[in-house]
Design a protein around this ligand. Structure first.
Ligand SMILES: NC(=O)c1ccc[n+]([C@@H]2O[C@H](COP(=O)([O-])OP(=O)(O)OC[C@H]3O[C@@H](n4cnc5c(N)ncnc54)[C@H](OP(=O)(O)O)[C@@H]3O)[C@@H](O)[C@H]2O)c1
Length: 440
């Protein structure tokens, strides 16, 4: 047995974000390869389903097929704890907190809100305060070997090179949490762009603050920081090509191969740092082992390790234009394809808007009109574009319709004003011409 596997034998692992993409791969790997004692999953209720029901559905997913075949009793190792990262005390009962403190040896804090559009208030509550609350619980843990925070390689993306170190935060994490707790959400929103500053969105900003919090609040604990780049489908474990999310490259590939997405704004020469999910998780598990070794050897001089997991100097670092070339490799077209697959990468905004209009907007209107003319229902091409390409939220349709009504009003007001302004002089000229004609 390898040293790392040996480390996990009979250990109790606490995992947040177990229902997410990376969380599933972590759970599967621990169950299949590591003979862990137990896995404690902090799961919230969602869409009318309690944590237990959600987990039942989760283990029906294909990613767990292999583990179920190998170990039909796997479920005995799974312990569900109802909790929500955005709630005070994570919304966990005192008994369950005591249980965690007594039994947990390794923590993977993977749960987070990845919504780049989310309000600062929400991002901070889940990603920063959630981390703070979890560290508070683990401070009193009886036998903690490692606590790893999963962040992102882009948490400090305003720097050209990301080193394996902690970066200074622009604001004291505790102060930001206090502000989030005490300021009304709309007040915080009104100052959020100033706070976020050089960061491109609330997600990466909140991750940067959470990293800093780990350093401050994690003092005296065996903590480590993991920063993966863009995580995509598995390369081999448990099956090649598994993924359940459509962020980043997979979203582009899916919508392009469905024939919906035909142009993106990107520089084809820029290399994209994608890493396969299974390799990423293997490194994460090794990092927790590394933290535990360093802590065991000298807890007094312990420096929290930071691991950036990206594709630097690797075959995985591929230029964006290769996404287009993937079509050549053993290509099996999608059943749902609506159009021939082509994907143009356009560098400049101006050219992008023109190509987008020609390749997205015009065909969408053409197809919808043809379907209407043949008395069939449009195939929702426009809604597809709205959802997949413009990445707009369909749940906000009511507001978008209201805004569109206002735009319609402005359009017609402008149109008829223009008609009146130009129509009156034309009418006058016509009258004059008619008069002249009558005199003759
Ligand atoms: N995927 C990537 O390419 C990538 C790259 C770099 C870093 N990361 C990091 O990796 C981690 C996992 O990402 P992922 O791709 O697995 O994301 P994901 O599929 O969106 O999963 C997010 C997980 O966090 C949980 N979560 C969110 N808000 C929560 C809350 N308030 N309370 C409890 N749980 C909550 C979600 O639970 P629900 O099911 O209840 O929503 C879900 O299990 C994140 O920390 C992310 O920053 C991911």
């Amino acid at each position: 047995m390898s040293t790392v596997r040996d480390f996990y034998k009979d250990k109790n692992v606490l995992l947040t974000g177990g229902t997410g993409f990376l969380g599933k791969i972590i759970t599967e790997k621990l169950l299949r390869c590591c003979q862990v004692g137990g896995i404690y999953l902090i799961v919230r209720a969602k869409k009318g389903l309690g944590p237990e029901e959600r987990l039942k559905g989760l283990f029906e997913e294909p990613v767990f097929q292999k583990v179920k075949e190998m170990n039909p009793n796997y479920i005995k190792k799974i312990h569900t704890i109802e909790g929500d990262l955005s709630k005070n005390g994570l919304g966990i009962t005192e008994e369950e907190k005591d249980l965690i403190k007594n039994v947990v040896n390794v923590v993977f804090h993977c749960g987070a809100s990845l919504n780049m559009e989310s309000k600062l208030h929400d991002a901070v509550r889940t990603n920063v305060k959630g981390t703070s609350e979890l560290l508070d619980i683990m401070k009193d843990a009886r036998n903690l070997h490692a606590f790893v925070l999963v962040s992102t390689a882009y948490s400090n993306c305003q720097h050209r090179f990301i080193e394996e170190k902690f970066y200074e935060a622009p604001i004291d994490p505790e102060l930001l949490i206090k502000m989030t707790d005490q300021l009304k959400p709309h007040v915080l929103d009104s100052i959020s762009s100033g706070l976020i500053g050089a960061w491109p969105n609330s997600y990466v900003f909140s991750k940067a603050i959470a990293e800093n919090l780990l350093l401050i609040k994690g003092k005296g604990l065996p903590v480590g920081l993991f920063r993966p780049a863009i995580v995509t489908s598995t390369v081999s474990e448990p099956v090649p090509g598994w993924s359940d999310n459509l962020y980043g490259p997979l979203g582009i590939l899916l919508s392009s191969h469905c024939g919906i997405l035909r142009v993106i704004r990107a520089n084809g020469k820029i290399k994209s740092h994608t890493v396969p999910g299974d390799m990423c998780i293997n490194s994460l598990l090794c990092l927790a082992w590394d933290v535990a070794q360093k802590w065991k050897n000298s807890s007094s001089s312990f420096v929290p390790p930071v691991l950036n997991y990206s594709a630097k100097n690797s075959k995985l670092l591929i230029p964006m234009k290769q996404y287009v070339d993937f079509t050549e490799i053993n290509y099996v077209p999608f059943k749902r394809a609506m159009w021939y697959q082509t994907l143009f990468l356009v560098k400049t905004q101006y050219n992008y808007l023109i190509v987008k209009f020609i390749l997205h907007t015009v065909p969408a209107y053409l197809i919808d009109s043809m379907l209407r003319l043949s008395f069939r229902k449009p195939r929702n091409m426009l809604n597809g574009i709205k959802t997949y390409i413009l990445k707009e939220d369909m749940t906000k349709a009511k507001f978008h319709r209201q805004r569109y009504k206002r735009l319609t009003f402005i359009h017609y007001t402008f149109k008829y004003t223009l008609l009146c302004l130009t129509g009156y002089p034309v009418y006058k000229v016509m009258c004059k011409l008619l008069k002249k004609g009558n005199r003759r």
